[in-house]
Design a protein around this ligand. Structure first.
Ligand code: DGY
Length: 326
C-alpha cells in the first residue's frame, strides 16, 4: 500500500525524519532560507500532511492543498492557524505542548536576571574596556529575590515560572488568568489578582498569554501607565500581545525601568526598531524553546502528531478548537 505523502518545511533531526519515513513518503524543504509561501503552495498539492512552524494556515493556502488532513505545528503556539478556514476544510491542527515548558521558563528567568542586574549591558561595558573601579555605584541593579512577580497567563509555562520564583527566589507571585487556578494556588502558594492590582504591585511583570483576538495588544499604553516606575516587563509569548509603540513610549519616558523581550510585533525585528538602541532592554531572537533537547522533543512530538493524523488516528495534541473534527 502507498504511504501517505507529507511535507516538512523545517530541518529536523535524522532520528525524527527516520521515524516519519517509516510511515510516510516525505519531502523536506532543504534550503538555508525559510520556505516562501508560494513555494509551499506548490509542494502541498498532493500532500496529506505538513509539518511546519509559524506559517499562516488560511484559505489562501488551503485551497492549494486539496488532500491535506493535518497541519502539525512544531510549536506550542498556534496563532498561525485560521481555525475557521481549517474547520471548513476539515484539516486538523496539532501543536507540541509540555515538552518546552521548562526551557521557556528558564529563558524567562534569564530575562528577569539579565534586565534586573543589567547583565548584557554590563557585559558589553567590560568587553569595551570601559570598566573603572570608581564606577561601582553606577553599576547597581535591582534585586530579584524577595520581590513581587506578576504573571499574566497562568498556563503550564506560567506555572513553571512561578515554581522557579517561589522556590528559588522567594518571590511573592501574583497571577492573572482567564480562569482561576485554585490547585496551583494551593500547591505553589501563588495569589490570584485582577489585572490592575497585578500591574500596580508587581516588580516584574511576565506576559505569557497565547495570542488570540482577545489578547492582541493586551498590554497597551494604559497598562504601562499602571505599572511601577521601577517595574521590569518581560515578554516571551508573542509580540502582538503588546502594543510595541506603547512599550517604546513607556521605556523612553521612564514609565517603567526595563524590558526583557524574546518576541516582537515583527520578526525578525526591524533594524531601525528603537528597542535595539536601549541599554535597559534585553533583546533575544525568539529562542524560548531553543535548546537542543527541547527542540528534539518538539520535533518528535510534532512528527508523532503528523503520522497519526495522516494515518487517520487521533493525534495526541490536536488543538482544542479543532478537536471536533476527529
Ligand atoms: C512556540 O512553541 O510557540 C514557540 O514560541 C516557538 O514558536
Amino acid at each position: 500500500m502507498n504511504k501517505p505523502k507529507v511535507y516538512i518545511t523545517n530541518s529536523i533531526p535524522k532520528e525524527v525524519l527516520d521515524y516519519i519515513g517509516k510511515h510516510c513518503d516525505y519531502e523536506i524543504w532543504d534550503n538555508e532560507e525559510n520556505i516562501q509561501r508560494e513555494e509551499l503552495k506548490l509542494n502541498l498539492k498532493d500532500k496529506a500532511g505538513v509539518m511546519l512552524t509559524g506559517i499562516k494556515i488560511d484559505e489562501d493556502l488551503l485551497q492549494y492543498a486539496p488532500s491535506l488532513k493535518v497541519v502539525s505545528n512544531i510549536a506550542v503556539g498556534y496563532n498561525n492557524f485560521d481555525i475557521e478556514a481549517m474547520k471548513k476544510r476539515k484539516v486538523i491542527g496539532t501543536n507540541t505542548p509540555y515538552v518546552l515548558d521548562g526551557a521557556v521558563a528558564d529563558l524567562i528567568f534569564g530575562l528577569i536576571l539579565s534586565t534586573s542586574r543589567r547583565i548584557t549591558e554590563l557585559d558589553s561595558y567590560v568587553k569595551k574596556g570601559q570598566w573603572k573601579a570608581s564606577d561601582d555605584k553606577n553599576l547597581y541593579g535591582t534585586d530579584v529575590h524577595r520581590t513581587t512577580l506578576g504573571i499574566i497567563g497562568m498556563g503550564r509555562i506560567g506555572e513553571a515560572v512561578a515554581k522557579r520564583a517561589k522556590l528559588g527566589f522567594e518571590m511573592e507571585v501574583l497571577y492573572y488568568n482567564r480562569s482561576r487556578k485554585v490547585e496551583t494556588e494551593k500547591s505553589l502558594g501563588v495569589k490570584y489578582s485582577d489585572m490592575d492590582n497585578l500591574l500596580e504591585k508587581s516588580d516584574f511583570i511576565v506576559l505569557m498569554t497565547p495570542l488570540t483576538k482577545d489578547t492582541y495588544h493586551l498590554i497597551d499604553a494604559e497598562e504601562f501607565s499602571k505599572m511601577k516606575r521601577t517595574a521590569i516587563f518581560i515578554n516571551a509569548s508573542r509580540g502582538q500581545t503588546v502594543n510595541e509603540k506603547a512599550l517604546i513610549e513607556a521605556l523612553e519616558n521612564k514609565k517603567i525601568l526595563a524590558a526583557g523581550l524574546d518576541v516582537y510585533e515583527t520578526e525578525p525585528i526591524n533594524k531601525d526598531n528603537p528597542l535595539l538602541k536601549m541599554d535597559n532592554v534585553v533583546t533575544l531572537p525568539h529562542i524560548g524553546s531553543a535548546t537542543a533537547r527541547t527542540r528534539f522533543d518538539m520535533a518528535m512530538t510534532a512528527a508523532e502528531n503528523l503520522v497519526k493524523g495522516v494515518l487517520g488516528e487521533k493525534p495526541k495534541y490536536v488543538v482544542p478548537e479543532l478537536e471536533d473534527l476527529i
